[in-house]
Design a protein around this ligand. Structure first.
Ligand code: M6R
Length: 612
């Protein structure tokens, strides 16, 4: 939610800011802005809309300078407009700041500042922070750094900030709490970003700032302290990055590229972890907590959105193969009740970004209650990967499209590997079954590759039903989370209302919705319980619903009752069942494109949800 970029050094800052914002646009795209110091004098440009609107607005206006900050916004406080866009300048013009996160006590702070004569132009919490810093600076007669530090001790909430002081123009001050902030380290120059993508072509040496830490960057030096003023030794790490991964590579949209990347991304997820010759799985990241997992009384999986769906799929795999009871919860619900958690519970937090605020809060709660907390994350070095006791990276590569696709399949593959790893260690899987499961697991990329060769039926269905106002998705067993995921994909990028339902539950209410205009997508690839799903299809057809079925190749029963049939290659276990999500990802993609929607940046959404 919101992207921050910044630079201090000897280079021309404008292309770094604009280029960086374009890379971060996936984090928020309702308004954007930059501030540049030109010989100590600030220029600030900000507009409603995309980075391209900002570029057009700046045009030939002055933009020289070698120090600057930029921001792309996903609105929280105040609607997206030019005034609420960042950067925000304090009332007397001493501080300019960009901010990602939410200052929860902003209303109280604002009232106090108003009583002291401050006025506000925007509705944002960020302007309150800018004015608070300035107030402390002017009336406390402190340095800019101290003013920022004191102010941060007064705020509650989450922040990743970049701050410029117009009196102390040789420095860039940054800080973070529960919102990501990465410092790129160059030769006598520093970059800042919400992640490393905005500056990766300049340097791959990075410092991941920890919670409650601030850094003061000058042209030659970085100094890091906690907001309580304790010095911290900078820990410079090197990130590996493949540039092609953040470009569209000939595809029309990142989402389509990411769907087609899945054979490769899944291979990357399992590479080095599945030892084909020894028929075994090695998950090094879990070794430190292996005895905790083996003796776990219960596994609780937490996540949001698509990651929660991956958790639901994982529940089937874990219970079947490891025989440990599993509960799956929305992180946002888990954190706000008083869940019973014991020290012999293992909590698995799933997150693509590793920055989702609700998931981070659930992790904190589970740790406080003494559980062992594992993470399944895609973004290396993200907050969740650092807050958990142990974990497994998905290695799906950067996911830029807001709709999660390759991250979902990678998350399920990690859960499958974990379930098999634990199941084998607990002697719950017979050796022949284990070999069969490993074989299926390693063939998933190939199965998906086969499916992606011909998408013509899916495109045809998309064309016919693109104007339908509603869709229902039905599935049983592990296909129920797939149905939920299909419905979520459709609604988030095409704005068509869609519900996912366990097929047998349909008769308890949703069946009332079915008539000759209702498309019902049935995932009918079950082997176990096939007759039951056949019955559900019959129930839909008896009410003249339109059945679009996802079935195994060669299926006859469901196929003959369906209006449209999308076949997937045959598979034998629940791990192979994951491939049924691919046609649903493609169906929502083609429908959204045919409706003229912005597939990669759907309205009201952002890739990384760092607000509660
Ligand atoms: O980064 P996370 O996996 O924690 O994000 C969780 C959800 O916000 C995310 O999966 C969201 O539902 C996707 N946009 C769905 O495609």
């Amino acid at each position: 939610m919101c992207g921050i970029v910044g630079y201090i050094g000897d280079r021309d800052v404008y292309p770094i800011l604009i280029g960086g914002l374009k890379r971060l646009e996936y984090r928020g795209y309702d308004s954007s802005g930059i501030a540049i110091l030109n010989n100590g004098k600030p220029v600030v440009y900000k507009v409603k809309g995309k980075i391209s609107d900002l570029e057009n607005f700046i045009g030939t206006k002055s933009k020289e300078g070698t120090i600057g900050i930029g921001h792309t916004r996903w609105a929280t406080h105040g609607e997206p407009n030019d005034v609420n866009a960042h950067p925000h300048t304090s009332m007397n013009g001493k501080f300019i700041i960009v901010h990602n996160g939410i200052i929860e006590n902003y209303a109280t702070l604002k009232q106090r500042l108003i009583k002291r004569g401050y006025t506000f132009k925007s509705e944002t919490d960020t302007e309150v922070l800018a004015n608070l810093i300035e107030y402390i600076y002017l009336f406390g007669k402190t340095s800019a750094t101290e003013a920022v530090r004191f102010a941060l001790n007064k705020v509650q909430g989450a922040y990743g900030i970049g701050v410029i002081c117009t009196d102390e123009t040789d420095k860039l001050i940054v800080a973070r709490k529960s919102s990501p902030l990465v410092v790129g380290v160059g030769d006598k120059e520093f970059f800042i970003g919400s992640d490393a993508t905005p500056f990766i072509e300049y340097t791959n040496n990075v410092i991941y700032l920890d919670n409650d830490n601030m850094a003061v960057l000058t042209k030659g030096e970085v100094s890091i302290k906690t907001i309580k003023n304790d010095a911290i030794e900078p820990n410079i790490q090197t990130v590996d990055f493949d540039f092609d991964e953040i470009e569209k590579g000939g595809f029309d949209h990142f989402m389509l590229k990411e769907i087609f990347e899945q054979p490769k991304s899944i291979s990357d997820t399992i590479r080095g972890r599945v030892d084909y010759s020894r028929n075994s799985i090695v998950l090094g990241g879990l070794m430190p907590v292996m005895s905790k997992i083996m003796n776990a009384r219960r596994i609780i999986i937490v996540g949001c959105g698509t990651s929660w769906h991956a958790g639901l799929f994982g529940e089937y795999l874990f219970e079947e193969y490891s025989r440990i009871p599993v509960e799956v919860e929305y992180a946002s619900e888990f954190r706000y009740r008083d869940p019973v958690i014991n020290s012999d519970d293992v909590v698995i937090a799933i997150s693509q970004s590793g920055e989702t605020a609700d998931t981070l809060a659930a992790i904190k709660l589970a740790k406080e209650k003494g559980a062992t907390v594992l993470g399944i994350c895609n973004v290396v070095g993200s907050s969740i990967s650092r807050e958990t006791d142990a974990g497994v990276y998905t290695h799906a590569g950067p996911e830029i499209g807001v709709a999660s696709t390759k991250a979902f399949t990678a998350q399920v593959m990690v859960l499958a590997m974990m379930a098999l790893f634990v199941g084998k260690a607990k002697y719950n899987i017979k050796p022949e079954k284990y070999s069969e499961l490993i074989d299926e697991l390693i063939h998933v990329p190939q199965q998906i590759e086969t499916m992606l060769k011909d998408t013509s039926v899916i495109e045809k269905v998309a064309d016919i039903y693109k104007d339908s106002p509603n869709f229902i998705y039905l599935g049983r067993g592990c296909y129920y989370p797939i149905a939920l995921e299909g419905a979520l994909k459709l609604k988030e990028i095409s704005y068509i209302h869609a519900i996912g339902y366990p097929a047998a539950e349909m008769k308890h209410g949703p069946i009332a919705l079915i008539d000759e205009k209702m498309p019902v997508v049935v995932i009918g690839a079950n082997k176990r319980g096939y007759d039951k799903i056949v019955n559900n299809v019959q129930e839909v057809k008896a009410r003249h619903g339109i059945v679009i079925s996802i079935v195994r190749e060669g299926d006859t029963e469901i196929a003959k009752m369906s209006d449209y049939v999308i076949e997937v290659p045959n598979f034998t276990t629940a791990i192979g069942a994951l491939i049924t999500v691919i046609p649903l990802q493609l169906l929502s993609y083609y429908i959204a494109v045919k409706r003229g929607c912005n597939v990669d940046q759907p309205r009201n959404l952002a890739k990384s949800v760092t607000v509660e």
